[in-house]
Design a protein around this ligand. Structure first.
Ligand code: RBF
Length: 171
């Protein structure tokens, strides 16, 4: 079930109700890594479900699949250099520490890549990459004790786009 706006351990996920005209114009890119595919498929499913439930159409959401998390930043930059760039990117992936010796390096590279891109482009790059010790911890973040990180990533993108619409109106 998709939660309505609520407090979770990780913060407040509100459900913006943007005006139809604003909502109609938004385009969101999802970059999903295929390593630990069963997990990332569920992240994407939950993410898309929230976006559609909040009123976006399928044609406003596009997904790029990349091999692993390390490739997420460059594919995100491709979304920004389209003739008609997306308004926000949602990055989804899963890094499992026990199986990834250079876990910290990849996690840091993805974080920095997304942040640099976000500031350069002035667009939200939502970090929905799970960094966990094992698959059990990942599953707890797919609708278990720690919420659903794919859904939360979608709420974050919507919240940032709503804020962006307000700031544009104010300038
Ligand atoms: N990519 C992930 O998205 N999650 C992982 O847990 C992960 N573990 C990896 C472990 C090793 C030993 C290697 C070499 C790569 C791993 N990758 C993982 C893939 C990485 O993000 C990237 O796709 C490749 O390194 C190719 O650039």
């Amino acid at each position: 079930m998709i939660p309505d706006g609520s407090w979770t351990k990780t913060g407040f996920h509100h459900s913006p109700s943007p005006s139809v005209q604003v909502l109609d114009r938004w385009r969101i890119g999802i970059v999903v890594a295929l390593w630990n595919r069963e997990i990332t498929e569920e992240l994407e499913r939950g993410c898309r479900a929230v976006l559609l439930e909040r009123g976006l159409r399928e044609d406003q959401i596009e997904t790029y699949q990349v091999p692993g998390c390390f490739e997420i930043p460059v594919a995100s930059s491709w979304f920004c250099s389209l003739k008609s760039p997306v308004d926000a990117v949602i990055a989804l992936g899963c890094l499992i520490k026990g199986e990834t010796p250079h876990f910290d390096l990849i996690a840091e590279a993805v974080n920095r890549g997304l942040m640099d891109l976000s500031l350069r482009e002035g667009r939200p790059m939502v970090n929905g990459v799970l960094t966990v010790l094992d698959t059990e911890q990942a599953n707890q973040r797919l609708g278990g004790a720690h919420g659903h990180k794919g859904q939360e990533a979608a709420y974050t993108a919507l919240q940032m786009l709503e804020l962006r619409s307000q700031t544009l109106q104010a300038t």
